[in-house]
Write a protein that binds this ligand. Sequence first.
Ligand code: FES
Length: 105
Amino acid sequence: VTFTVEDQEGNRQEIEAPDDMGLSLMEILKASEYPILATCGGMALCATCHVEILEGENELGEATDAELDQLENLPEYFPTSRLACQIRISPLLEGAVIKLRGEDN
Ligand code: FES
C-alpha cells in the first residue's frame, strides 16, 4: 500500500508499506526513520505517536475510545487525530495523507 507522510516541517514523502504483515502505522513510521518516540511500545498509552489524517479519514474510520482517552489529554488535537500505533497497515491506507503531530525529540 502507498500513502503520504507529512513531517512537522511540512515535507511530504510517499511511503510504500507491506499491508499483509499486521504492522502498525507507528512501526512503519519508525522504520522510515521518522522521529516518533512511541514510549509505550504501541499500547495506546503515551500518545507520542499522534498523527492527523489529512486525507483518507473516511476509509480509516474513527479513533477508538482508548485513542480518544489519550488524545484528549494532549494540549492540541484535531478532529481526525489518531494514534499511529492503533492504525493497522492495510489497503485502506491507499492514498491517505498522514501528518505527524507527535513529539519529535
Ligand atoms: Fe504509545 Fe502509540 S506508541 S500511544
